[in-house]
Ligand binder design. Structure first.
Ligand SMILES: N[C@@H](CCC(=O)N[C@@H](CS)C(=O)NCC(=O)O)C(=O)O
Length: 230
């Protein structure tokens, strides 16, 4: 049996991050498709937050953990994957800062811009999840799309700062998390800036099938959703 069991959803970029990481780190893992299972009694008994990606490992205090970035941090540390998660505290601080910025600031805008097109449920309290009329929902989605630009520009200006990756010459877990996040923007034909296109190509070239295989699942879903609209 593989050492790490990942419960995952194939169309999700949160999941794609960990799926790319496991492959890039050449870890011993198996994947279980959690489609339709996350609210089951068995899953909720393990994980009351009902979120994927989730890994099972008997060494964890409760046997499981979730949150894509925390999973990558834990497994990179445990398996000595310093090339993906640098050991130097200062380099690591930048990787951590970038990941928190993605999860806390960039991703919520990406979600509000893309979830309506992806057919994913939106978060309670947001216009998209309310009983507002379609015009108000469309305006909210448009506003979220416009808001993506500012946090996106922070990456070339600050985190990349002339380097190919946040991690430097090699992609780090923050780069994996950023590239996966950008994948969803294709569903709304978001015009990615030139640096972001170059960044995505560079990470694909560096990671090869470790990136391409999980990306194909997300891209397949995005293509399917787009084909339904035309
Ligand atoms: N911040 C979390 C987000 C995880 C998340 O939203 N997971 C969704 C899929 S994208 C999920 O598993 N939803 C299933 C459910 O809530 O039942 C991460 O990065 O791991």
């Amino acid at each position: 049996m593989a050492a790490i069991k990942l419960h995952m959803l194939k169309p999700s970029v949160n999941n794609m991050s960990v799926r790319v990481f496991l492959r890039a780190g050449k870890l011993d893992f198996s994947e279980d498709d959690a489609w339709g299972k996350t609210r089951s009694d068995d899953f909720l008994a393990m994980n009351p937050a009902h979120l994927t990606p989730m890994i099972e490992s008997p060494e964890l205090p409760k046997g499981v953990m979730w949150e894509s970035c925390a999973i990558m941090q834990y497994l990179a540390g445990k398996h000595g994957l310093d090339r993906l998660y640098p050991k130097s505290l200062e380099a690591r601080a930048m990787v951590d800062s970038a990941m928190f910025y993605i999860i806390g600031t960039l991703y919520p805008y990406v979600a509000r811009a893309t979830y309506p097109a992806l057919g994913f449920p939106q978060y309670a309290g947001e216009v998209g999840a309310s009983d507002a009329d379609p015009a108000a929902k469309a305006a909210a989605q448009k506003a979220a799309m416009a808001a993506v630009a500012e946090p996106l520009e922070v990456f070339p200006k600050f985190y990349l700062n002339g380097k190919p990756f946040i991690g430097g010459a090699e992609p780090s877990i923050a780069d994996i998390r950023l590239a996966a996040t950008l994948e969803f923007l294709a569903v709304v034909d978001y015009p990615l800036p030139a640096w972001a296109k170059a960044f995505t190509s560079a990470i694909e070239a560096k990671l090869g099938s470790a990136y391409a295989e999980p990306a194909a699942d997300v891209r397949g879903y995005v293509a399917h959703v787009k084909s339904q609209k035309h």
